[in-house]
Ligand binder design. Structure first.
Ligand code: 13P
Length: 256
């Protein structure tokens, strides 16, 4: 079974209850593309509200703690996300690695906590501009994949079920309008795919590898048609139905 393309909107620290109207519009539009898996990851306060407003799309968090509960003021556990109806969680986004000093080991523990709570997980990797300019993009991404992906029993099964995804988000392409060249995306996705197969065998081929970084309605079709690209993680262009649905349409075969 090859999983459907996966188009995920990461609202980051944006939105208010007023933006739930956009989520409803995205949900209605996504329902017309049954061959595309669509999801939104709003900020924590909106997850439960958004969950109650949508039916065709998945809903997820943008981070979780490694522990199921306890004395961790301000944190949210994967179990709590599952409890309010989230389907998945994003871990290791470069903004969290940067803003909160998250290491590969911490990201790995978060991914393991997410799977243990029954959530799907999207593990983010990607090099900085300095790393790319120094010719280290492949090495950095390889290190991140090897050290950030979950380990343990059940990971291969989660991969087979489509509950494990990797998002390649070159840091220099995030929010900059500077999308990566398709050939560079293909090259890095091939590196990631090889690491996944080395690690998980046949199940590794079931892990979706998303591209993220300045994806929009204009560039989505070329990126999503590229070999090894099984979806997109979208920031700015996921905040309105008008911007997001053309990306969903580009991943599917239906008419918008
Ligand atoms: P932009 O689509 O705004 O570049 O953000 C990408 C991203 O970081 C998604 O997680």
């Amino acid at each position: 079974m090859v999983h459907r393309p996966y188009i995920v909107g990461n609202w980051k620290m944006n939105g208010s209850r007023a933006l739930l109207a956009e989520a409803r519009a995205i949900d209605r539009g996504a329902a017309r593309y049954k061959d595309v898996a669509v999801a939104l990851a709003p900020p924590f306060p909106l997850i439960g509200l958004l969950r109650d407003e949508v039916s065709a799309i998945g809903v997820g968090g943008q981070d979780c703690h490694t522990a199921p509960k306890g004395a961790h003021t301000g944190d949210v556990s994967a179990a709590m996300l599952a409890d309010i109806g989230a389907d998945f969680v994003i871990v290791g986004h470069s903004e969290r690695r940067r803003d909160h000093g998250e290491t590969d080991a911490l990201v790995q523990a978060k991914a393991e906590a997410a799977l243990a709570a029954g959530l799907g997980v999207i593990v983010c990797v990607g090099e900085t501009l300095d790393e790319r300019d120094a010719g280290h993009a492949e090495a950095v991404v390889t290190r991140q994949v090897d050290a950030s992906l979950p380990t343990g029993d059940g990971v291969a099964e989660a991969a087979t079920l489509g509950r494990l995804s990797v998002a390649y988000e070159p840091v220099w392409a995030i929010g900059t309008g500077r999308v990566a060249a398709v050939e560079d995306v293909v090259a890095i996705h091939a590196v990631i795919a090889a690491r996944l197969t080395a690690r998980f065998g046949d199940a590794g081929a079931k892990v979706r590898i998303l591209y993220g970084g300045s994806v929009n309605g204009e560039n989505a079709a070329a990126l999503l048609a590229a070999p090894g690209v099984s979806g997109a993680l979208v920031g700015g262009a996921s905040l309105t139905a008008d911007a997001f649905l053309p990306i969903v349409a580009a991943a599917g075969t239906g008419e918008l």
